[in-house]
Design a binder for this molecule. Structure first.
Ligand code: 1BN
Ligand code: ZN
Length: 352
């Protein structure tokens, strides 16, 4: 199996004065202080003008095109599944992302299956990642593949591509040069039969272990690993249907990051012509002392800080064949895309 990431020590170019000024300001990843910056990182507090510009990057047609390409029944092992994986790879490459496929085969309750996590990163020489994630497989509910999984998780995947597309012209002009945007499309989230520890989360369990096992930078003596590069893992799931409310899942969520999402939504709602405010807020601000098992858990168990964006209650169409395009509502979709885009820009200190 190919390694997921090849370390490209671009910072070494600085010594030879070949790289741009922003790269030259970058921390040397062989100096372990890059990890200290993860806990002291401050998100940007934009004024209304910048937030409005971020909001105006919304384009419903763009999300619709992404959705058209993802919203097919795509259970693991199907032709559609492979096609959607390749589409995610191609789309990120066209946006200038370095894309790697973490491909592996595993014996499952339904027989041997091949899985492919699709991982894209912009500016791979940056030591730290803000990781946005979703799963792209759809649950195999047979009669002959009629489960589309619009909220679960075609729309969340479309949001990730939309954020990547809308921010790609601005990311090179960011304050936080040591942290970059990473998109992870997990495979095999769904159980083939009933959800158990072994029949579920195939892709995320594999990737968390791979990154926990691999030193970053290679041969370093501080024992820092690829998985430590993640500042936060933001996992989107079951989104796009009307009335979603996302509490703060206190056993797994990081309170700081939840509050930043909540604050971002409240600020966007105060702007003219930005959010559709006929619906109540997505982030409720309520704490819920419970977890939902999902792709973030293998990373949480490795100590990664988490933001789980999944509504409680689940959409009423959850795991029914009504979870198709008709389950999605435009105003909720654009609101969510605007919040995730503005949050990402704030975190990366994008100048706009
Ligand atoms: C989310 C979407 N999940 C499955 N499809 C995770 C889940 C696990 C939901 C256990 C409920 C119970
Ligand atoms: Zn599901």
């Amino acid at each position: 199996m190919l390694p997921v990431f090849v370390f490209r020590p671009l910072w070494t170019f600085c010594l030879l004065s070949l790289a741009s000024a922003s790269y030259c300001q970058r921390v040397n990843p062989n100096d372990p202080s890059w990890r200290n910056a993860q806990t002291s990182h401050e998100v940007t507090k934009y004024n209304g003008t910048s937030l409005l510009k971020l909001c105006q990057l919304s384009d419903p047609r763009r999300i619709s095109v992404y959705l058209d390409n993802i919203l097919v029944a795509r259970p693991v092992g199907s032709d559609n599944h492979k096609r959607v994986g390749m589409y995610l790879k191609r789309t990120m490459e066209e946006l200038g992302y370095y894309v790697e496929i973490d491909r592996f085969s595993e014996q499952t309750i339904a027989g041997s299956r091949t899985f492919r996590n699709v991982i894209g990163v912009l500016d791979p020489s940056a030591p730290r990642w803000l990781t946005l994630a979703c799963h792209y497989d759809s649950k195999d509910m047979r009669p002959e593949f009629d489960f589309m999984g619009a909220t679960d998780s075609a729309f969340p995947c479309a949001v990730l591509l939309d954020v990547a597309h809308s921010l790609s012209p601005y990311i090179s002009n960011r304050g936080a040069t040591d942290v970059t945007l990473q998109l992870v499309f997990f495979d095999g989230e769904e159980a083939f039969r009933d959800w158990t520890q072994t029949d579920s989360l195939y892709g995320s369990r594999h990737l968390a272990k791979l990154w926990a096992d691999r030193l970053y930078p290679p041969y370093n003596s501080y024992n820092t690993r690829e998985i430590h590069r993640i500042d936060y893992l933001v996992l989107l799931d079951l989104l796009g249907a009307p009335g979603a409310s996302i509490p703060n899942y206190t056993p797994t969520n990081d309170p700081l990051i939840y509050n930043t999402f909540w604050d971002t939504e409240l600020r966007l709602r105060q702007l003219p012509n930005c959010m559709d405010t006929s619906t109540s807020t997505v982030f409720t601000g309520y704490s819920l002392n419970a977890n939902v098992e999902d792709d973030h858990m293998p990373f949480h168990h490795q100590g990664v800080r988490i933001m789980h964006m999944i509504p409680t209650p689940f959409p009423r169409v959850w795991h029914t064949k009504q979870d198709d395009r008709s389950a999605l509502e435009w105003k909720c979709m654009t609101n969510i895309a605007s919040i995730v885009r503005a949050f990402t820009a704030r975190y990366l200190g994008i100048r706009i």
